[in-house]
Structures are given as C-alpha cells and as structure tokens.
Design a binder for this molecule. Structure first.
Ligand SMILES: *[C@@H]1O[C@H](CO)[C@@H](O)[C@H](O)[C@H]1NC(C)=O
Length: 461
C-alpha cells in the first residue's frame, strides 16, 4: 500500500515539474552574496531547470549541471573602500551594465525567462526593465530588509520595533532611538513593484507571505580540511586552539585602518591561541603564533573543533556561519548593515562588539579571553545555534519550492498585499481616525452646549 501511494505521488510530481528558463542577475555583488545564491542555482539545475547565472564570479571548478554562467566584470574599484562604494559608483555600474548589451539581448529574445531572480544590491536600475525579458521577478536580499524592499512589498514596518538597516539598534529602542529610527524610515522612500522576495533577518517583525526567509542557506556541515600547511598550523595548536580573523570579502584586509591593525598585532603577541588572519598583503612584526592567508574555506575552518573565537566585521554571512558552528565572535562593525548585526550579536550574548577606530590591545586580549572562556556566552552560543539550525527543511529547499511556486502561479499575484492600492492617508487610517475625531468633537460640543443650556434653564427657574 505504502508503495502505491509513493508511486502515485511520484507520478504527480513528474507531471507537475517542467523544465523552465530561469535568469539570476547578480551583477554588482560581493562574493558573500554569490555564496548564498550558488546552492539555489545548483538545486534548480539538478531539478531540470535551465539557469542562466550572471555574476562577477564563477564557480570554483566547473558550473553545476544545467547552469550557464555569465561572468560579468564589474567596475573594479568596488573592492576599494566603502567611501568609494557610495560616491558615483551606483550610476557607473548601471551605465556599464546597459553598455554591455546583455539587457538588450535578453529583451530581443523571443522567449522570456519564466522568472528573473535579482540581487538587491545596486540593482534599482534593472527593476523597471525586468518585464522586458521575464514573466515574474524575485528579489534576493542578503541583508536586513531595506526601505526599497519594504516599499515594494508594502510590508508592514512598525518603526517602533523594526530598526533601520544601518543603525546599531536592537528591536527594543529608547525614545530617542525610536525618534531617529522613525525619521530614517520615513525619509527613505522608493517605489517599485515585484512579486516575491527572499530574505533573512534577526528580530521578529511582521512579514507578508511575499517574504520567504532563507537565512543560513550558505551554511553546511564542515568537511575536514585538505592536507596543507594551514591544516597543520591548526592541528598543532594544542588545547589553546586558534582564532580566526576575517573582515569579509568586500574590503581587503589592509583597509581596516592603522589603529585596528596595530591593536590586533599587539594583542596577538599576548595570547596563547594561534591566529589565522585573512590579509591580502604582508604585515610586518607579527608574533610567531599568527599566520596570514589570502583565502581559506571559512565554513570548514569555523567548523574545526579547535576554533575558539571568530573576529569579524559583523557581515551577515560571517555572523551566521559563526553562529551555525557555535563559535563565539568579536565584531568590529565598519559600515552598512554591520553595526546592526554586531549589536545583535552582543545583545544575544553570543559575542562582543568593539569599535575599530578606538580599540586597544588590552581590550582585544580581554575580549578574546571572555569569548573563549565565559560559560554564559558558551551557553548562549549553543542555544542560539540550535535555534538558528532548527528549520522545517533545509533553506535551499524552501527557496527552490517558492521559486517554482512563483513560476507555477505566474508571479503568484494572489500573495500580494492590498496595501499597495492604498495611499499613506488610507494606509495609516488617518481619514478614519480623522472622522472619528470629528464625530467626537461634534458630539462633545453638542453635549457641552446642551448641558450649558440645561444648567442655565434650571438656574433661571
Ligand atoms: C538537466 O536538465 C534536464 C532537463 O532539462 C534533465 O533531464 C537533466 O537530468 C538535468 N541534468 C542534471 C545533471 O540534473
């Protein structure tokens, strides 16, 4: 009996799935965003869909089955400093993408993609155009929900407990924080349209069914390190273990500033643990327990039993991978959404937040000691790691399910909130409250006058 049921189910599955054309656009992303999308592309390909995947980076080795890569070389200075990113970079990137002719080529294709997945970084200039080459769109978002996405999805966002993307606030805010938070949210408004967003976020907040959370999609159990000097360095670290230092893929190690570099150098000379430091060029005067590397398999190193602490910049992937592997962290947030993540880390008690512009070597040493020894922090790290891993199915399955759902139901417009049809006055019910206030005033005035009249009448008698 069980067999029959399985078979019937399988047949239905076969009928239901067809091979679709899917486009993934990640033209301007740091590598940390590709890491999140790679497993989605791979799983879609293995299910028989044809995936065209545009990204500045290619897969290590060959692309997965049914995935066609377009390696798109973006404007290079992206990888300089954060200041550069915000200058005139945005328009330059868009111009370059238009000049590449890719969008025009897809627009001229007879057959459209069934769905276009667009990374949310700097892609506003693609959003008005995706209809030319796609039936529906899904936004891939690797950070807290920004005002543009909130607006596009008409997502209820109570400013009272949803911190703005770049602020170091938690979901519990003081009056002044709520004041600043509200000003930031209401002063950043964008308008656009889409069918579905995929996202992940820390704090409980209202969502609509158009937001699918796939946090931790890039995390996977660590595999043993290949034989190498790095592996030997780690395994010879004894009971003291080792510390990993990486400030992410956007910014090269040398851009973190003189103060932090020299404080770290001095601090590392005073600790027993070994240190692996992701750094692109040479640092002079390092103590013997420190090794710099240009690249390393971060997930596998974080999963090594000898790791004690992860020092990072508060980037979402780093914070999540650290939590996944139950590693306490020390965050030096530098820009963008990093302060928000760093404050969440210290707020949850799973790590420590420090200021990279003023930190001293003593602070670093004492933070490393606390992060590697404090039993309370260990308990919190274990607890929140379990919470983080506890999903009904692997996040990649969730992502692929919803991507197929959007294709199956032609953009799944039935999931869209009616809030999009309302203007701000209607949405915040200002018209309704206004009318209620008016009625109350009228009734109050009438009452007042009639009481006055009655009193006068009786006084006159
Ligand atoms: C690639 O897609 C085709 C259908 O388009 C499918 O038959 C095939 O199994 C897929 N390849 C792999 C390796 O999954």
């Amino acid at each position: 009996m069980a067999k029959t049921i399985t078979l019937v189910f399988l047949c239905l599955q076969l009928l239901a799935t067809s091979s679709e054309e899917i486009l993934i656009l990640q033209p301007f992303c740091p590598k940390s965003h590709k890491v999140v999308v790679d497993p989605i592309a791979e799983t879609l390909g293995s299910k028989g869909h044809h995936v065209t995947y545009l990204s500045p980076f290619s897969y290590e080795g060959s692309a997965p089955a049914n995935v066609t890569e377009i390696v798109y070389h973006q404007y290079k200075p992206y990888f300089a400093t954060f200041q550069d990113i915000w200058r005139d970079l945005h328009s330059k990137l868009c111009q370059q993408l238009y000049d590449s002719g890719l969008l025009q080529k897809w627009t001229n294709n007879k057959k459209k993609f069934r769905v276009v997945l667009i990374d949310s970084v700097f892609t506003e200039c693609i959003l008005p155009l995706w209809r030319n080459f796609g039936d529906s769109v899904i936004i891939l978002n690797s950070s807290p929900l920004n005002p543009m996405i909130v607006k596009m999805l008409n997502l209820p966002t109570p400013y009272s407990h949803v911190p703005y993307i770049i602020h170091p606030y938690t979901h519990r805010m003081s009056f002044s924080q709520r004041f600043v938070n509200t000003l930031y949210w209401i002063s950043s408004s964008y308008v656009a349209e889409l069918s579905q967003a995929i996202s992940s976020f820390f704090y409980p907040r209202p969502y609509l069914p158009t937001v699918i959370r796939i946090g931790g999609i890039q995390c996977r159990p660590a595999v043993p390190l290949p034989e190498s000097n790095l592996k030997k360095f780690i395994e010879d670290s004894g009971d003291d273990g080792f510390i990993l230092v990486s400030f992410g893929s956007i910014i090269n190690g040398e851009f973190i500033g003189e103060n932090l570099i020299s404080a770290l150098k001095t601090a590392f000379a005073h600790i027993k643990q070994r240190v692996i430091w992701k750094y692109e060029s040479e640092i002079t005067g390092l103590s013997n327990n420190v090794r710099t590397v240009k690249w390393f398999p971060q997930g596998d190193i974080l999963g090594h039993p000898k790791i004690r602490v992860f020092i990072n910049q508060g980037g979402l992937n780093s914070v999540q991978e650290s939590l996944y592997n139950q590693v306490p962290q020390i965050c030096f947030p530098m820009a963008s959404d990093q302060p928000l993540h760093a404050v969440a880390v210290s707020n949850l008690g799973i790590g420590i937040q420090l200021d990279y512009t003023t930190v001293t070597a003593e602070e670093i040493v004492s933070s490393i000691n606390k992060a590697s020894n404090d039993p309370e922090m260990r308990k919190m790290v274990e607890y929140y790691s379990k919470v983080f891993r506890d999903t009904p199915e692997p996040p990649v399955q969730t992502a692929v399910y919803w991507i197929e759902y959007v294709m199956k139901f032609n953009g799944a417009l039935h999931l869209q909130s009616a809030a999009g049809d309302l203007n701000s006055i209607q949405y915040y019910l200002l018209d309704v409250y206004g009318l209620i206030l008016l009625i109350m005033l009228l009734v109050g005035t009438l009452l007042w006058f009639s009481i006055k009249k009655t009193v006068k009448y009786f006084l006159l008698i």
